[in-house]
Structure formats: C-alpha cells, structure tokens
Design a protein around this ligand. Sequence first.
Ligand code: CTP
Length: 406
Amino acid sequence: MSRIVLGVSGGIAAYKACEVLRQLREDGHDVTVVPTENALRFVGETTFAALSGKPVATDVFSGAAAIPHVRLGREADLVLVVPATADLIARQAAGRADDLLTNVLLTATCPVLVCPAMHTEMWLHPATTHNVETLRSRGVVVLDPASGRLAGADSGVGRLPEPAEIVGIAQLLLDGDLSSRASTRDLVGLSVVVSAGGTHEAIDPVRFLGNASSGRMGVEIARAAALRGARVTLVAAHLAVPAPSSVEVHTVVSTADLAIAMESAAADADVVVMAAAPADFTPTSPSLAKVKKSGGLGLTLELSQTTDVLAGLTRTRREGQTIVGFAAETIPDEAALADAGRAKLRSKGADLLVVNDVSDHKVFGMADTIVMIVDAAGVRDRVAASKAVVAHRILDAVVDHRALAT
Ligand code: CTP
C-alpha cells in the first residue's frame, strides 16, 4: 500500500479523477484527495470523501494544528494531479503556495505526476509550453494530453488520458527506480516506430489464421517512449489492450499490410521496434466467398511463407537508425535461449534483440514477462518484471546503444 495525494484542479475532466481514485483504491492504495476550490465546482466534496474513505482536505487553514500543508506532501509516496489545468500548472511552475494543493506540491519530495487537460489553445500557448518545460526540468512527470473530444463541441489536443493509463503510469512511478527514467526525457527529438499485436491472415471473408499475441509489450514500449519524450508511431495489428493516448496509431491486418506500414513509417524513424507477432505463413489463395462444409470432408489449406518484415527493415535502414527485434522461442534452458537469441540477432541484422521463452503460456497477454536483451557483444540485460518496467529497460538499452554508436 502506498500513500498517494490526488490533487484535482478545476476543469471539466475533474469527473475522471473519480475513476482514477476508484482504481487506485481498488489497487489497495491510501489516497487523500486535495481539490482546489474550483475543482469542487465540478465534483462535490462528498463524492471524493466517499470514494477515498477519508475527509477531503481543501484549504490550508482547516485542521491547521496537524499542519496538513507540510505533512501531506512530506509523507506521500506519490503526488498525482488529475486534471491539471493551465492555471494549476502556471502556479506550480511559479512555485506559488496559495492553496493546499500548491503547498503540497512545494513540500513533496516523492515523484509527482501531472496530467494536464485543457483546451487546445491553452495547451499550445507559449506560456503553458514554458511552464511544462520548467516542471519537466525539475523532474516532474507531465503527461502529454491526448487528442479527441474536449468540453462542448470542441475537439483537439488537450484531452485527459484515460484513467487506466494514468493509474498504470502512477504504478510505474511507485515501483521505484523507474521514476527517474520516466522523468529523464532522454528520447526528446527522436522518432520511434513500434509494431505490436498479431496479424490475421485471411482464409475467406469470415475466417483467418491468427496468433496469441495481445500487443501488450509493444503498447508498453510505445507508452514508455512517449513518456520519455519521443514522437511515437504505433503500427497496431489486432491489439487486445488499448493503445496509449499520446501516440499516432496505424492499424494493419496482415503481415503484408504490416510490411508496407512499417516500411513507410520507418523511412524517417530514429528507432524501430518490431514487437509485433507477424504470421510467418499465409493462405496462398484466400477464398473470396465463404468456404462451405463439404460432406464431412476436411479442408486442406496451402500456406505460403510471408515476407520477413524485420529483415527487410534492417536491409534498408537509414543511417543512424537503431533497430530492435524480438524473438519468441520455446527454449526453457537459459544458455540455449541466449545462443538462439544471438543467432537470430545476426540473421535478422538487428542492433538489439529482446528474447523470451514463450513455453507454457508464460508470456502472451500477461502483465509480467521475463526477457533477456541481446546485442552483438552478448546478453546485456535480463529482466523479470511487469511489461511496463521491461519496456523502459529495453529503451535504456536503446539509449546506451545509440550513445556507443556515435
Ligand atoms: N518478424 C518479422 N516478419 C515475420 C516474422 C517475424 O518481422 N514474417 C519479426 C518479429 O516481429 C520479431 C522477429 O522477427 O521481431 C523474430 O520473430 P520470431 O517469431 O521469433 O522469429 P521468426 O523470424 O518468425 O523465426 P522462427 O519462427 O523461424 O524462429
């Protein structure tokens, strides 16, 4: 159980803070809600009190004997602001302490996660851009808002990311040494392309050959890269999990589609990560009409081998591009798995290969995984952790590889 202060400022997305609060409580955390005065115009104090199971702290002067303005920030394991309005961000950047929430932000020594939501013009205003840069330079993790419907009839960039995404990043920051990684912003200025999910190869208009990939690993890599400041394109084949809100998504169906989408997206990318599970075989002549049962006889499908997308990308790579592949093997023995990883790294021409043993349904769709990260020199890292944590370790390897290559 961690102690979390959930700050809420006065924007229409304040109602989504209730869902964030509910999920954090379900995960067993102790949450104190600190709304600004204007947040209470959107959501009542009673709602926050009922969902948190605690009195709601609103101002510096009530219960002054317990010194809440210092105690709350000092004792917290994480301070989370959902939503953060342009005004709250400006006050935080200026170091003001004119209500309880800004006092908490000034006294917090733990990780701070700020989730902005506002109209597009306010987010893009140079004043807000400057304030966000100031906060990031101080180690505050500021999420980029998503694009989509805003208040009223407007739509554009400025939307609060989905509550589940916010809770996932909050958990990552609570998990320890990654808080510094997430606030490093070491991928600013880089374009990262990630593929994720499993392809579908059509047998006829209603049937396909698929595989067990959920896309979760690739989605976590895309999310981690965006958090660290990269421009991210996610090429998504049938994801079983939602895509991160702050990345550009191209959806594809088959390995042939994936090859075209990756070739085009990789053309000006600095980093390419092939986390997708493309089918290796596709029906040679998919039927245009639904295949009918035929008097108890079986069905024989002729399959042809698909193109190897990763090998194609490494052959045509642009200068300075880092290419990461994955290897899904069914080799439980560690040494043999490492050997297979090194052999595949060479045959694919990738710079880094993330190798895992997928025997016994250990990996597909799971929140956790065990991987080894291999480069030309051998196994450079072994990680057993959540896919969110593994995603950051893969990006650490990318950053180190790029530093050595220059
Ligand atoms: N891959 C690819 N195109 C394919 C098949 C795989 O780009 N048609 C990529 C995967 O995205 C992964 C890497 O190649 O990054 C290795 O995938 P894997 O399934 O482990 O290996 P295969 O190349 O399919 O070889 P094999 O199944 O024979 O071990």
